[in-house]
Write a protein that binds this ligand. Sequence first.
Ligand code: PRX
Length: 632
Amino acid sequence: MYHIKTWEDYLTAYEHSVAHPEAFWEEIATNFYWRKKWTLPLECNFEQPSIKWFVNGKLNIVENCIDRHLQHYAQQPAIIWEPNNPDDAHRVISYAQLHEAVSRFANVLKMHGVYKGDRVCLYMPMAPELAIAMLACARIGAVHSVVFGGFSAQALSERIQDAGCKVVVTTDSGLRGGREIPMKEIVDEAISNLDINHVIVYKRTGKPVLMKSGRDVWWHEAELHAQAVCDAEEMDAEDMLFVLYTSGSTGKPKGVVHTTGGYMVFTAYTFQNVFQYKPGDVYWCTADIGWITGHSYMLYGPLLNAATVLMFEGLPVWPHPDRCWRIIEKHKVNIFYTAPTAIRSLMAEGDEWIKPYSLESLRVIGSVGEPINHEAWEWFYQHVGKENCPLVDTWWQTETGGIMISPLAHITPLKPSYASLPLPGVQPVLLDPDGKLLTGADVEGLLCIRFPWPSMLRTTYGDHERCRQNYFATFAGMYFTGDGARRDQNGYYRIIGRVDDVINVSGHRIGTAEVEDAINEHENVVESAVVGYPHAIKGQGIYAYVICNHSPEDESLTRKEITDVVVRIIGPIAKPDKIQFVTGLPKTRSGKIMRRILRKIAEGETTHLGDISTLLDPSVVEDICKENKRMM
Ligand code: PRX
């Protein structure tokens, strides 16, 4: 693997990657097993957009994740699985065992009519079988669409339909801390009106479930008829690898599409260099596989480097807030990659939970998903990293496929709460709202990327125009991230947060329009406006301003009902933290809601609200402020 080992290496690599980007990526790509080499490194047009990396190259990513390692690493653990209940035994799956399990399940998929190009929905908890099912799809060229277990039946149903999945893989139920999630029941509800050929069910807990004859099959029974040998399908570098739904500024989530060759090269390269993984290290990423971090840095990136990945089924604070530290000590974890929300909630539990445990094995700690505030950064660095472990604050997105801006562990000088410098191969720029390039130091602007990189999204499933408009139409010749950032004198980037109508709740991206659409389904709701506000643990909380048909007789009951509607339509992750009933919303004369004002009020600011003279009815603001004070 292409390995940056020193600061000088970094500077040289960066310079080279800007001067000769195509040659830079070709050199990295040679570290993989290609059935046929590409004929051209890149074909790109940002206007359409049409982006192709490693044109005409043929490969299978699973051959690169597993088969390629069997000669030297067959007995090395690929996945160490720590179950929800600390008293249950953990599992260790070697590369040889993973190869067999993936091949067998790939045959199960084929036996159930899944072939190259078909989309398969995976709705599963954090069990190794989720990883196995993803790899089995990729082995036969099927496209996986993993839906996070926290989404409701309705949200799952929309995603299954949008991607046109004919097969769903799930479990009887899932365990998250003290809760049991009825996965199969949720799937049944999601597909009750859909034409689904098969549901394959992995028995995780033994919870009794209904099995529809002819449609539903048990994983363990189907496997009895499947061979443990399955040739990997030859894929084009630009064949679709997976779809992953994420929120945007409209109500409908979009299916971000990643393709095979570029995603492989980028995730492997970034994993190796950001974390400085060494053979034998145990690497733990706490993200759920249902999000991009789980795809890129729990599965593909690490396996492409023959790494040992720790996968945890449960919650960091269950049954007690020492769970993470117990796991680190038990499995001698060397690299620990988590999210600011988890860090803040562990910090809130107090240092005494850490003290009894030896965290000596740790060499690198990392953070992802949302801006990490100074206090959380310092706490993580001092109490977990013991001031010995570099904290890599990694900025990236579902759409970027992999880490874009981050320190390289033990190489890049750290600056608290700064994601720091771009990786070689990544060219970020800051623009003002008119698209003018902001040069120099100490500037703040809209973060864009000006040259393609291998793992960038190629399209949004079934709606290419949406992809163009969302990411490539705002500024000509640029990919627009939707984030604002600041750059200091040393070229270090600090990510400020979203500049669009997307909020980041516990590292989960949620579109305000999605939540509004759900709230508006309540029979007494006329209109609503949702904004984010600072939340001590979650980063951002969801604040909903709601206009009712008739003022609620029992406000707390209506609040509960509205919350239930949101949970039913989207899932528990989108529950509003605060609901304020209002009689009107601040709108401009053209009818646009002035969210800037609502955000300020949600933050507790009721005096300095800026210019409100352009509002259709400025008196609305006064009423909202009064009501807000009453609620506090
Ligand atoms: O706003 C940025 C924030 O998370 C968004 C991407 O969310 P998602 O696609 O769900 O992917 C999350 C995991 C990669 C970004 O637009 N974000 C992500 N990482 C950071 C961050 N904000 C600040 N600092 C980060 N390190």
